[in-house]
Design a protein around this ligand. Structure first.
Ligand SMILES: *Cc1c(COP(=O)(O)O)cnc(C)c1O
Length: 381
């Protein structure tokens, strides 16, 4: 059976022999033209027209009030947490089924992650499980939520839109509002994904996108902060530029800032990619639909489809196998045969740095861990 699946993927990508990666970027637009423009103008670093243009393109596309580019998604997440007021010794709710960047960023802010289960329909943070954990473990004093056991403040919540599938974000917003928890969306995987017509990353106070090389579109490396509050966005820009007060010759800084600005050459690449985003998304959707149709005919394997009322970017297509043995056999066979596939990330709570962190029962998380495999999802020719 696995040889048939590998055969199907090879046919899908028109590659009878060559290695098929999980997600490779495509440069079919003005990438070279814009990069040359940077070099010819000498504006290759953190000042330049593409930086502003890239931010404006994302503000328009996501219908945000302001966007601020960063060097990568991880430091954008770090800054987002600082901007919503996360401080040393706070706790931040997130999912265990995520890429390490989410948990690392929480640690950079001096806070502790609490790992909550994911939802069966979305693979994103489960509002039901979050509600249960909060009800059992926290109390609200004044306008703040505290963990009864540790005494620490629960300042923020970082849901992640896994593989581009929007989480049940409206329900998460509601719980956060009720308990005075700030919402930061890790939308690193979900550019072009919409929940009820609204772009992911625009529901919380701050949302974060990533433009790493393996994401839907790339800037070589890069991140973007999305704001609905313009003032907060302007302040974020200040923090990313070493908190330097603009002046023609003086170097005055009014707080501890960060050198998190994206260079113009990366932004140039990002602008060119943004111009092709719609094309890339429709190509990826077609691929997803082909996988979906195909796996209807395969017994014991389900295609993980986009959640209801949502438009997913299908960043990484995922299938659900019967159990961990089937998962491992398929991983072995496909990777041995030049078709790159992979399981979900090692769960955050299993890593040595985060093994002591609190979790809930993580029932769905463990279920997915044993069954999910990502399939090649690059744009097809
Ligand atoms: C890619 C990604 C990030 C950001 O990663 P960078 O490589 O720093 O841009 C953050 N969170 C998740 C879930 C990601 O997949």
């Amino acid at each position: 059976m696995y040889n048939k699946i590998v055969g199907f993927i090879r046919e899908l990508y028109g590659e009878p022999d060559a290695f098929i990666p999980l997600h490779a970027p495509v440069f079919e637009g003005k990438e070279k033209e814009y990069l040359n423009e940077c070099i010819d103008s000498t504006f290759v670093s953190s000042v330049g027209k593409f930086v502003d243009k890239f931010e404006d393109m994302l503000t328009d596309y996501t219908k945000s009030t302001k966007s601020v580019v960063c060097v990568n998604g991880t430091n954008a997440l770090h800054l987002a947490l600082l901007l919503v007021g996360v401080e040393q010794n706070d706790e931040v709710l997130t999912q265990s089924l995520t890429f390490i960047a989410t948990a690392n960023a929480i640690s950079y802010a001096g806070a502790y992650p609490v790992f909550i289960d994911v939802d069966k329909e979305t693979m994103g943070l489960s509002p039901e499980k979050m509600k249960i954990w909060l009800t059992e473990n926290t109390l609200v004093k004044g306008n703040e939520c505290f963990n009864k056991k540790t005494g620490r403040r629960i300042k923020a919540c970082v849901p992640m839109h896994t593989f581009g599938h929007p989480a049940k974000i409206e329900d998460i917003v509601e719980i956060c509002n009720e308990l005075h928890i700030e919402l930061v969306e890790d939308a690193a995987e979900s550019i072009g994904s919409f929940y009820k017509g609204k772009h992911t990353g625009t529901f919380g106070k701050v949302g974060v996108l990533s433009f790493n090389g393996n994401k839907t579109i790339t800037a070589g490396g890069g991140g973007m902060l999305l704001f609905q509050d313009k003032k907060l966005g302007v302040y974020a820009k200040h923090l990313t530029t070493q908190a330097k007060i603009p002046h023609r010759w003086e170097f005055v800084h009014d707080r501890i800032g960060y050198n998190y600005r994206m260079p113009n050459i990366n932004a140039a690449l990002g602008c060119a990619q943004m111009e092709n985003l719609d094309k890339i998304l429709s190509n990826k959707r077609k691929t997803a639909m082909k996988y979906k149709e195909y796996f209807k005919t395969v017994e014991g394997i389900d295609f993980f489809d986009e959640p209801e009322n949502c438009l997913s970017n299908f960043w990484l297509n995922a299938i659900i196998l019967k159990n961990i043995e089937a998962r491992d056999e398929f991983l072995q066979y496909s990777n041995d045969n030049g078709v790159m596939t992979r399981p979900v990330w090692t769960l955050m709570n299993k890593l040595p740095m985060f093994a002591v962190c609190q979790t809930d029962d993580l029932t769905n998380t463990k279920w997915f861990e044993e069954r999910v495999v990502n399939l090649p999802s690059s744009v097809r020719n």
